[in-house]
Ligand binder design. Structure first.
Ligand SMILES: NC(=O)CC(=O)C(=O)O
Length: 285
């Protein structure tokens, strides 16, 4: 029996911080193996995977590794695993072949019946140029998605974002206004921005919106062209880190207690105290 007790609002998560390589099938099989191991040892209700878990993270690779969703190999395998293991899977992200030859950075979400319940296309493309640090331009090959994605598991609404999406507080606020109690971001920060912003952004989004924030990164590989920061984590609605990984390949297990969302919102009622008469930066949903 998977760990979800409605009465006490506890949901067990397994975050798989995975090593990646240029071998797509090996990456996929590693993810499948780690999913099976997590289920055997910990019986999670929900498993999360990293951004671009089946491909290297680089604009020159996205087209070569892209697949159609849900007919591609990665979708088919995740669907099969979710069903076999009776677990929800937030499938990190993969480069997706979309309509009109467009490529998206897309997260697929699978139910324990193996059904694709949603897909989220990264809404904010990672285009930055930090002098002496990281330069990246996803828009060289990717197209941005235009839709918010909310899933519902055991009566709990969960918003989905991908990596750079976490920097946009308005997006998190839209999810909070729509009743989300958690936001999951498959993500791959790097060695320029990770040390400065990774924890800060997660705790900020959690604190501003009084909800859980969950990130899942690839493991750090110093030999890769793009070196991911690691440190996948779960932050609670009080902005406290309740579990986190180090840099290497690791599975993080966390039991989240959704009653804490309401507790935080009642005790520090910022959502009712906003002076929307004085500022209007975020449209109400
Ligand atoms: N890789 C991303 O999308 C975002 C990132 O690394 C950052 O915002 O920093």
């Amino acid at each position: 029996m998977n760990k979800m007790s409605k009465a006490c609002n506890i949901m067990r998560l397994a975050l798989l911080q995975l090593k990646g390589s240029k071998d797509k099938l090996a990456n996929l099989e590693n993810a499948c193996k780690k999913i099976q191991e997590a289920v055997e040892k910990h019986q999670p209700r929900l498993i999360t995977l990293p951004e671009c878990f089946n491909s290297p993270y680089g604009t020159k690779y996205f087209r070569e590794y892209a697949e159609c969703i849900p007919s591609g190999t990665t979708s088919q395998r995740l669907s099969q695993l979710a069903k076999e293991c009776n677990v929800y899977i937030v499938g990190g992200s993969i480069p997706e072949f979309g309509e009109n030859d467009k490529i998206y950075n897309t997260c697929t979400i699978w139910s324990p019946e193996g059904k694709l319940i949603a897909k989220h296309r990264k809404m904010h493309l990672f285009d930055i140029d930090v002098k002496g640090g990281m330069r990246f331009k996803e828009s060289e090959t990717l197209t941005a998605g235009n839709e918010f994605t909310i899933i519902e598991i055991d009566d709990h609404k969960i918003g989905i974002g991908i990596c750079y999406d976490i920097r946009f507080e308005e997006m998190a606020r839209v999810y909070r206004n729509a009743g989300c109690e958690m936001i999951i971001y498959p993500a791959a920060f790097n060695m320029t921005t990770g040390p400065l912003h990774w924890e800060l952004l997660q705790r900020s989004r959690a604190n501003d919106n009084q909800l859980y924030v969950v990130t899942t990164s690839p493991a750090r590989d110093e030999t890769a062209e793009y070196v991911a920061y690691g440190h996948s984590m779960v932050v609670n609605p009080w902005a406290k880190i309740i579990q986190s990984a180090k840099e290497g390949e690791e599975t993080v297990i966390a039991d989240v207690d959704f009653s804490m969302v309401e507790q935080a919102r009642q005790q520090i009622p910022i959502s009712y105290q906003r002076r929307l008469d004085l500022y209007e930066t975020v449209k109400k949903c």
